[in-house]
Structures are given as C-alpha cells and as structure tokens.
Design a protein around this ligand. Structure first.
Ligand code: PAF
Length: 280
C-alpha cells in the first residue's frame, strides 16, 4: 500500500499504470460498508485508488466538520489488510481546493430539492465539487458509492452524465449490523442507549414496505408517523416513497423503481436509511 498526500505524487504513479483503475472516495472513519466498496472495486479492476478526505464544503456547520470523526491510522491499517496494493490518497484541504474553499454551482435537475437537500442546504454542491475534483485527479474507470446515501448516488450519476465524464458509477448495497441498522460513520457518535434503539429506522422501512405493497402509500406513511410519534426520543425528519430514479413522488402505486427513504434524529445524531419498495 502506498500513501500519497499530493496530487502530483499520486498522478506520477497513476499515469504509468496499465489496466483499469477503480476508485473508492471516502471521508475516512472506515467501516464494513466502505470495505464492501473496496472489495467490489478490487474484484472489478486491475488497480485501486482510495481517497480519505473530510471535505469541508459539504458541511454547512463548521463545528460538524471539526467534529467529524478522523482515524487515519486505523483506516490505513484496515485498508492494508484487504487491499495491500491500494494507492491511498490523503490530501490536505489546500491540495484539493488550493486557495479557494468553495462548493460548486451545479444544476441537479431537482434531485437536490427534497430529503437531504431540505435540511442540508449546499451539502450536495459541496459533494459534487469534491467528487468532480477527485475524479479529475484520479481519472478512474469505475467509482464506487454506497446506496445508503442514495440521493448522493443519484446526484453523482447525474453529474457524470451532465459533464460527460467517462467513468462508470457502481452502486453497492447497504451493509447493516445484526439489528438492521445501516452502517455509517455517524453511528460511532450514538450513545449505547440510542444505538440499541436505532434499528427503529430499518424496522419502520420494512413495515412500511409491506404496507405499501399490500395496501398503499398513505397507509405506509401513516404507520411510520405513528411509530415515531410513540418513540419519545426520536424526531422523524421525513419518510417518503419516491421513484428511485427521479427522486420524485409517484403518481400511482407502482412496484418497480420505487424506494422508501427515511431520516430521523435521536439525541444529537441524525440518521438516514432507505429500502427498495419494488417487487423484484
Ligand atoms: O459519501 C461520502 O463519504 C462523501 O460524501 C464523499 C462521496 C466521499 C464526498 O466527500
């Protein structure tokens, strides 16, 4: 495994490679979800680049950026065990943004208008800016993203088409713990008590899916509202059933390309999850 801090040192190695390059962009604090992306990228490519970069422009609140968990040594040793030949890029903020730490001015065709876009203004502009910059540095054949951040995935796919970037975006299924909780770096900030309750998100999605398929969207919505109104320490931010490609409401009940999305807060931690509501 080689670790690079500068664009020039990474590119000096990348330009001499032959074969395909898979890329896994991360903000570090790696968990089994990231490792599943790394394993898939290893299977499908000759070479693998992983970036570890906590991107300031995707945080609205500078305190959240400061508080974001960082564990570089641990991350590197996790990578070394499963991808000993990986090229790991750990740039400083100045290497990515030079002197101007600003997000982008992308048009997302409404993909950013709902869900996370409502509560995290500017977040997706920051994600798109850093992802486009990282793609231009690494120039990968394939880049790997988890379905847990489904809206982010849809937005990145949109940017790739809009900017005519020549790489494939590969999505990987959500990895869950035994209780069903979707793995996320934020879970480390949950108290033991809240961690024990956090399977509520996935449980709600599964029950909502069954009600949607058996009855309709409003029955599913009503049920999730009820579950959260009874869960005293939780605040439901949104539960919605959307077309998973356009991320818009569906006019009539359908059983293909439909997905339930949920976000809720417990204590200081906001968690998100999603589940396919399609029949197949
Ligand atoms: O999903 C993440 O970890 C980040 O949003 C990403 C894609 C690495 C961009 O900073």
């Amino acid at each position: 495994m080689e670790v690079f801090q500068t664009v020039s040192s990474l590119q000096a190695v990348l330009t001499n490679l032959s074969g395909s390059v898979g890329f896994v962009p991360t903000m570090g604090s790696l968990h089994q979800g990231h490792l599943s992306l790394i394993k898939k990228a290893l299977e499908e490519n000759t070479h693998l680049t992983i970036s570890i970069f906590v991107n300031p422009t995707q945080f609205e609140d500078p305190t959240d950026f400061e508080k974001y968990p960082r564990s570089l040594e641990k991350d590197l040793s996790m990578i070394a065990t499963i991808a000993p030949k990986a090229l790991v890029f750990t740039p400083a903020v100045s290497e990515i943004y030079r002197n101007k730490i600003t997000a982008g001015f992308y048009s997302f065709n409404g993909l950013d208008k709902r869900m996370e876009g409502n509560s995290r203004q500017g977040h997706f502009q920051g994600v798109a800016a850093v992802v486009e910059r990282l793609f231009s540095i690494v120039n990968p054949d394939r880049a790997y993203f988890g379905e847990k951040d489904y809206q982010q995935l849809a937005i990145i796919r949109h940017i790739v088409v809009q900017k005519k970037l020549s790489l494939a975006i590969v999505s990987c299924p959500i990895v869950r713990d035994k209780s069903g909780l979707a793995l996320s770096s934020r879970n480390a900030r949950l108290s033991k008590h809240h961690l024990e309750q956090a399977s509520l998100l996935f449980r709600s999605l599964k029950q909502a899916r069954a009600l949607y398929l058996d009855k309709d969207a409003s029955t599913a919505q009503h049920h999730v509202n009820q579950l959260f109104s009874q869960a005293q320490e939780w605040t439901l931010d949104y539960f919605c059933i959307y077309d998973e490609i356009t991320l818009r409401e569906i006019d009539n009940k359908k059983t293909e390309n439909v997905r339930g999305f949920i976000a809720a807060q417990v204590g200081e931690i906001r968690l998100i999850d999603n589940l396919s509501f399609s029949l197949i």
